[in-house]
Each structure stands twice: as C-alpha cells, then as structure tokens.
Design a protein around this ligand. Structure first.
Ligand code: C2E
Ligand code: CA
Ligand code: CA
Ligand code: CA
Length: 278
C-alpha cells in the first residue's frame, strides 16, 4: 500500500502511539539506567562578578542511553516526576555530586556545587534528611552545597515545602530560588523563607542589553536582592556586553555559554586548569 492511501486519522493515531510507546519505554528503562550509571552529571561553571574567577558550578544531568540516545534533561525529569521516581533520581544526583566534589577537592578546587531539586523532593518529608545525611557521609562542607528550587514549587503543599527548606538551612547548606521572575513569585516568600540566593532567569538576561524592560527587571531584582541581603546569580550570560552590564549592576555570580557549556567532570577540570594558567 502506498503512503497516500493513509488517511490523516491513521497518521495521527500512529503519532500518538509512538509518543506513548517512547514514554513507556523510557519510563521502564529509567530505574535500571540509574543503576547502570547511564546518567552522568555535567558541570557548568559559575564565575565571580568580573567573570574572571571560577567560584562554583551547577550540576545538570545527562542520560546517555545505549537504546534511546541522549534523552534531554527536561524529558528525564518529566518522566521521573510522573512515575514517582524523582526521589530516586535526585538521591542519585546528590550522591554523584558529592563524588564530584570529592574529586575536585582532591585537586584543590574549592568550589560551590549547585544541585537542582524538584518539587516532589521538597514535599516528601524523607528526601531532604536522606540527602543531607548523604552529603555529611561524604565529608563535604555543608556550606558548599546550594540547592536550587523553583518559585513554582512553593505553590505546592506549602507546609511540607517550608519544612524541607528549614531543614536544608539548618544543616548549613544553602538555597537558591531558580528561574526567578518566571513563576508565581510572592515577595512574602523572600522575606519569610530561608533563601540565600536569587538566580535570575535566562529569559531576562539574554535580552537585557537590547530590551529596556528586561534591563529594568534585572536591575530591580538585583536591588531587591541587595536590600534583602541575598546573593545573586545570572544564568544564560552569552556575551561580554551582558557580562559587563551585570558586573556594573553588582550581580555576584555569572553563568552561561560565554564562559562554558555544561561539560563532563574531566573536561571541567581541564577547563579550570586552563583558566588558572592564564
Ligand atoms: P535550569 O536549572 O534552569 O538549568 C539551566 C539550563 O540552561 C541548562 O540546560 C543549561 O545547559 C542551560 N544554559 C546555561 N547557560 C546557558 C546559556 O548561556 N545559553 C543557553 N541557551 N542555555 C544555557 P539543561 O542542562 O538542558 O537543563 C534543563 C533543565 O533541566 C534545567 O534548567 C533543570 O530545570 C532541569 N534539570 C537538569 N538537571 C537536573 C537535575 O539534576 N535535577 C532536576 N530536578 N532538574 C534538572
Ligand atoms: Ca537550575
Ligand atoms: Ca534556572
Ligand atoms: Ca531557566
């Protein structure tokens, strides 16, 4: 039968079932992929104000599947959330991040490590204590770990989320509000929750030198942070002009492709060495 004999309805149905099949296959494969070490952490540098000194990094997961190829992180997260596997995945990420920190410290790189948490990690009262215990067991100084949480996660089960945030803060680890400005933020959170850092979203940073509105948002976010004694990080810094503008405005740390894309541990170490040699 020729292609043209297919009705649009058939094509549509096949499309849906391909999508559903892939999802099901990925979901089934994820737990053993975690065990098999197919999920690797990439490190993206965070620089000081002037963009010259390496001060930390964010860990971003990559699933290299022999069967499916590289699965993008948003898809991995979506699957893990829907399948109730988020605690298992994040626990693995925290553990791997600790191992990365141990390696870096052996090489005399004393850096902060930012780890993304999902809302499900914060609403489950067991996740945070277990993650913190893992960090302690690895002997990592607690104040070098920054947990990134999104504004949107504050909207779910407030009481449980606040409990988790307080536990994190009590341990000495820090909390960053990720994607700041994109969710349903309430300024009340900023004054009442133990947040240490605002991470200004890429969507404002990328246009700040060409859009007066975006520049205004970045400026006021930095002012707000200053008056609340919060640290600031800009994500998605892609050019020197933006880097210089952020430095002038007093943003504490910078992250983006201008410096480096996320990369595997060994490449990150080589990159750091190159940087300090120059
Ligand atoms: P995010 O937390 O907002 O992470 C920043 C994303 O922006 C990363 O994408 C990073 O590669 C990208 N990025 C950084 N600098 C630039 C830049 O200058 N230009 C552009 N165009 N992009 C830049 P990535 O690695 O694809 O991760 C996407 C999202 O997946 C993350 O967004 C985060 O929400 C989620 N994610 C990744 N790893 C984890 C994880 O271990 N746990 C959880 N819960 N979420 C994760
Ligand atoms: Ca993040
Ligand atoms: Ca972000
Ligand atoms: Ca973002």
């Amino acid at each position: 039968r020729s292609q043209t004999s297919k009705t649009p309805v058939q094509i549509y149905n096949e499309g849906i079932s391909d999508f559903a099949r892939r999802r099901l296959d990925l979901l089934t494969a994820l737990p053993s992929a975690i065990d098999a070490g197919e999920i690797e952490l990439y490190l993206q540098p965070q620089m000081n104000r002037t963009g010259q000194e390496l001060v930390g990094f964010e860990v971003l997961l990559r699933w290299h599947s022999p069967q499916f190829g590289t699965v993008p992180p948003w898809e991995v997260i979506e699957i893990a959330e829907n399948a109730g596997l988020m605690d298992m995945l994040s626990r693995y990420v925290v553990d791997q991040a600790c191992k990365v920190m141990q390696t870096l410290r052996e090489r005399e790189l004393d850096l902060t490590c930012s780890i993304n948490l999902s809302v499900q990690n914060l609403t489950n009262s067991h996740f945070v204590p277990s993650a913190l215990a893992g960090i302690r067991e690895h002997g990592i100084p607690m104040d070098r770990i920054i947990f990134e949480v999104t504004e949107t996660s504050m909207m779910h089960n407030m009481e449980a989320v606040i409990g988790s945030l307080l536990r994190i803060a009590d341990s000495g680890c820090k909390i960053a509000l990720d994607d700041f400005g994109t969710g349903y933020s309430s300024l009340a959170y900023l004054s009442r929750l133990p947040i240490h850092e605002l991470k200004i979203d890429r969507c404002f940073i990328s246009q700040m030198c060409s859009s007066r509105n975006d520049l205004g948002i970045v400026q006021s976010t930095l002012k707000l942070a200053e008056s609340l004694s919060l640290e600031t990080v800009a994500e998605g810094v892609e050019d020197r002009q933006t880097m210089e503008a952020l430095n002038d405005l007093g943003c504490d740390r910078l992250q983006g492709y201008l410096f480096a894309k996320p990369m595997p541990l060994e490449a990150f170490c080589a990159w750091a060495q190159e940087l300090s040699a120059n």
